[in-house]
Design a protein around this ligand. Structure first.
Ligand code: ATP
Ligand code: MG
Length: 412
């Protein structure tokens, strides 16, 4: 690398080659599957007023307290590069009066920004696909969203990843569970990580989600949400699980699963690689590939009307690491110019090929004698070469017998 050229920002990536193909495959498959489930596309800004995130996600979360890219713009407003989609979508829902479309099924994807310690599968600019159902209080919405996630993973060919499912209950269940967690963790406060000692009063659920061993040793025996669920919350969870069974979605109960963000109620879930699976080997400790849940309280934290909603997001990079290496696609046809006098014919043929839906490339640079061999080496399915012999224009086609008539017809 030449000296004195700018370097990329730490935690960002330049994605190219087979990895870029895998990335595109994830996005294309998501686009196809979201159409099957009739989710509508939306595009939101990459930045918002900082309060959109601090109010929606919660000040006590890692995302807001440590990971946001916030800055003051020239007009003195505090802005933040979006660290997640849901808060911005909720803001857009309220700004634009999308209540009229409720229940609204929305899908989007794009870059997100978090100031994290970069490591395998963890970046400062990363990308997510995201699906939300806004204005739907019924457990069937949770089922539909999870069935979509499950089908997406199957269509990506990802195996060895299982849906881990929990309920955080309704506001009452959650409040009582919270109090019990404060009491339990309060008893061992001195042995907890510094972060968790801080969180204890503000956000004790987050201790269950801690990646610090000092906290993890106490998680197994911590009070379980099941002991605090109201009949209503229990009924909701039963409907979700029986719906998943009916939809053929495999799931596993995960009693300690909470989501990092404050706004979740009822259903919370993560798709996690099975222990010992190839997916677990590939992703290491950074294992959640897709996560989400129900966030019935979020719209109100932005000053909107109570609006039930459920959603998920998945890291495109992590999914791309799990899809089979697709290499880079070979051309259907390479058009070779063996005599530069035939350039116009070659360009015209190229247009016809592409117009008829075949991927095609032109080899018309470098030594004329070597172009055909280069086309052969490229692995293209067919080759069409234009030449001049004894003063007469000629062409030759190297293709499967079944492809040759089609190519001849196109070139006529
Ligand atoms: P983690 O516990 O791994 O930090 P999280 O709870 O912060 O995850 P979410 O906010 O739920 O993650 O984001 C959903 C998904 O987005 C994750 O499961 C993961 O696939 C992806 N993701 C989150 N943060 C990053 C990152 N910094 N780099 C790459 N992918 C990420
Ligand atoms: Mg995180």
């Amino acid at each position: 690398m030449p000296q004195n050229t700018p370097k990329a920002i730490r935690g960002t990536q330049d994605i190219f080659g087979p990895e870029a193909e895998a990335f595109a495959f994830v996005v294309e498959t998501f686009e196809r599957v979201r159409r099957l489930y009739r989710f509508r596309r939306a595009e939101m800004p990459v930045f918002e007023k900082t309060e959109v995130f601090s109010r929606a996600i919660g000040e006590t979360t890692d995302v807001v307290s440590k990971e946001m890219y916030s800055f003051e713009d020239r007009g003195g407003d505090s802005l933040t590069l979006r660290p997640e989609f849901t808060a911005g979508i909720a803001r857009a829902f309220l700004t634009n009066g999308w209540q009229q479309h409720a229940p609204l099924k929305l899908a989007t994807h794009g870059p997100l920004f978090r100031y994290e310690r970069p490591q395998k599968g963890r970046y400062r600019q990363f990308h997510q696909i995201d699906a939300e159902i806004i204005g739907a209080a019924e457990p069937q919405a949770d089922v539909e969203l999870l069935a979509m996630a499950d089908q997406l993973l199957k269509e990506l060919g990802i195996e060895g990843v299982t849906l881990h499912l929990n309920t955080l209950g309704d506001a009452d269940s959650r409040e009582n569970w919270r109090a019990a967690l404060i009491e339990y963790f309060g008893g061992v406060k001195g042995d907890l990580s510094e972060d968790s000692q801080d969180r204890l009063e503000k956000n004790p659920l987050r201790i269950l989600d801690s990646k610090d061993r000092r906290d993890q040793q106490f998680v197994a025996d911590a009070p379980k949400i099941d002991d605090f669920l109201t009949d209503e919350a229990l009924g909701f969870f039963d409907s979700v699980t029986s719906g998943l069974d009916a939809a053929g979605v495999n799931w596993k109960r995960a009693e300690s699963l909470v989501r990092g963000l404050d706004y979740y109620r009822h259903t919370a879930f993560e798709f996690i690689p099975d222990e010992g699976s190839a997916a677990a080997d590939t992703l290491g400790a950074q294992s959640t590939v897709l996560g989400g849940g129900r966030y019935d309280g979020l719209m109100e934290s932005l000053g909107g009307p109570a609006t039930p909603a459920v959603g998920w997001a998945a890291g495109i990079e992590r999914l791309a690491m799990l899809v089979e290496d697709r290499g880079e696609p070979l051309a259907d046809v390479i058009v070779v110019v063996e005599d530069d006098a035939r350039m116009s014919d070659a360009i015209s043929a190229l247009g016809k090929l592409r117009g008829s839906g075949m991927s095609a490339d032109l080899f018309a640079a470098g030594s004329t004698r070597k172009r055909f061999d280069k086309a052969v080496k490229s692995g293209a399915r067919s080759i069409v070469a234009f030449d001049v012999r004894d003063g007469e224009p000629t062409h030759r086609i190297k293709a499967d017998e079944s492809d040759t008539p089609r190519l001849e017809a196109l070139l006529r």
